[in-house]
Design a protein around this ligand. Structure first.
Ligand code: MG
Length: 448
């Protein structure tokens, strides 16, 4: 997939990501999927209305009528697609800075399109293989109201309201001026929580914080949790398909620890858990403890969700999947990352203890990362040849689906080329900082 990377397509608006590009992809999508109706939604970015118009125009030109649903979280648009049985285009750059925008394509079942369909759309786009219609057949456009309200009601009905309400929780929510501002606070209030908010005005200039829910952007939420005496803090990215949590003392909780806690809570023997090849040891240990099989895919949500769909089709039970960045999938609800639903499920766990207690069994791990730059193709190939020779001789389980992952039982190391920069990245994780550093140093030594 050249156009669609590991989780949709993103770029700087009017440089890499132009209206012409969005128009072309929309024409290709309408032609390949052969639909007569599709939905288009967007996050809060300032370039969103321009790109929604481009997508709607492209769809209409190939005979597809367009439901314009306005500003919605990606999972809210997915819920609409599933309810109506129509494909959808989401205009979002997810966690990227304000100058970016992008597209995510969703199928009739509300699940992001898989690798095969995306490749077909890319091919039609590259070849200009569109199916324009004669003038009477051009698609119509209509505005749809109430999409977020329906999604909010769906979430409230899908979780254990009594359990959450019984906790008498005070929750601090930071949607980061993104689309989650329109849904998550309302969902949590409907579930009996007392909600305080920060950065909850939808605003595509993102005045309060950048959309990515990483520790350096969440200082305000950490302070709010403390000042308000909240039990937990919840932060989203720009399109609210991810959720990150802050504990009752205002401390950031690693996304890997949250994913591991979910695995511990919902996975059982013979279940399958799916994650990326950079999966944390915390999740490895949680799956092993539960007796579940852990399957790894190339990095990125598109690959994970495609694999989940295949497994479910084969009759496997996949109770949870996802990554440590807060993008978590509960396939029995929908094979989609959903920040609002993930927040509700985390609140269910709080009936068993404080936020920190819930993640404590998966908390004591250390990560090390080293980036080795290369100056030429030859140097890069020397790195890869040295790595290849090294992994043949190690006493570890080797996974080669996206770089080289070596699992030692008590820790792991992953060496893979960056997709965007001339770097070989080496990640390691273990229960002690010494062991993590040792694993990374061994690979680095072999390469250098
Ligand atoms: Mg996102």
């Amino acid at each position: 997939m050249e156009v669609f990377g590991s989780s949709g397509v993103r770029g700087v608006v009017n440089e890499d990501l132009t209206p012409e590009f969005v128009l072309g992809i929309a024409k290709a999508m309408g032609s390949v999927l052969e639909c007569d109706r599709a939905a288009v939604g967007r996050d809060t970015r300032l370039s969103g209305p321009m790109l929604v118009d481009a997508a709607a125009s492209g769809l209409a030109s190939v005979g597809v009528s367009v439901d314009r649903v306005g500003v919605v979280p990606t999972p809210s648009l997915q819920a609409y697609a599933a309810r109506e049985g129509v494909p959808a285009v989401m205009i979002t750059a997810s966690h990227n800075p304000p100058r970016y925008n992008g597209m995510k394509l969703i199928g009739r079942s509300g699940v992001e399109l898989g690798v095969g369909e995306l490749e077909a759309i890319e091919g039609a786009f590259r070849d200009g293989a569109y199916d324009p219609v004669d003038w009477p057949g051009v698609g119509r456009s209509r505005r749809i109201e109430g999409v977020n309200r329906a999604y909010t009601e769906e979430l409230v009905a899908a979780v254990d309201r009594d359990r959450i309400a019984g906790g008498g929780l005070r929750v601090a929510v930071d949607p980061g001026h993104g689309a989650g501002a329109l849904t998550t606070p309302y969902v949590l209030r409907a579930l009996g929580c007392e909600v305080v908010t920060l950065h909850s005005e939808p605003d595509g200039s993102f005045p309060g914080r950048n959309p990515e829910p990483i520790p350096e952007n969440l200082g305000g939420l950490c302070r709010l949790v403390e000042a308000a005496g909240a039990d937990v803090g919840v932060a989203h990215d720009g399109d609210a398909d991810r959720a990150i949590f802050i504990d009752q003392d205002g401390e950031y909780i690693e996304g890997d620890a949250v994913l591991a806690a979910f695995v511990g809570a919902v996975a059982g023997p013979d279940d399958v858990v799916v994650s990326g090849v950079n999966v944390s040891q915390r999740v490895v240990d949680a799956a092993e403890e539960a007796g579940a099989r852990l399957e790894l895919t190339p990095i990125g949500s598109t690959r994970i969700i495609s694999r989940v769909e295949e497994l479910v089709e084969d009759g496997e039970r996949v109770p949870v999947a996802g990554e440590g960045n807060g993008g978590i999938v509960f396939p029995a609800f929908r094979a989609a990352r959903d920040g609002g639903y993930t927040a509700c499920r985390f609140l269910e766990l709080l009936a068993g203890g404080t936020a920190r207690e819930v993640v404590a069994p998966f908390d004591e791990y250390d990560n090390v990362r080293v980036d080795l730059g290369y100056g030429s193709r030859e140097e890069r190939d020397r790195y890869l040849a040295a790595l290849d020779a090294y992994v043949r001789g190690v006493d570890a389980a080797v996974t080669e689906i996206d770089g080289y992952r070596l699992d030692y039982g008590d820790g792991w190391v992953l060496a893979r080329l960056s997709g965007t920069e001339p770097l070989l990245r080496i990640y390691g994780e273990a229960r002690t900082p010494e062991r993590a550093a040792e694993l990374v140093a061994q690979v680095r030594g072999a390469v250098e």
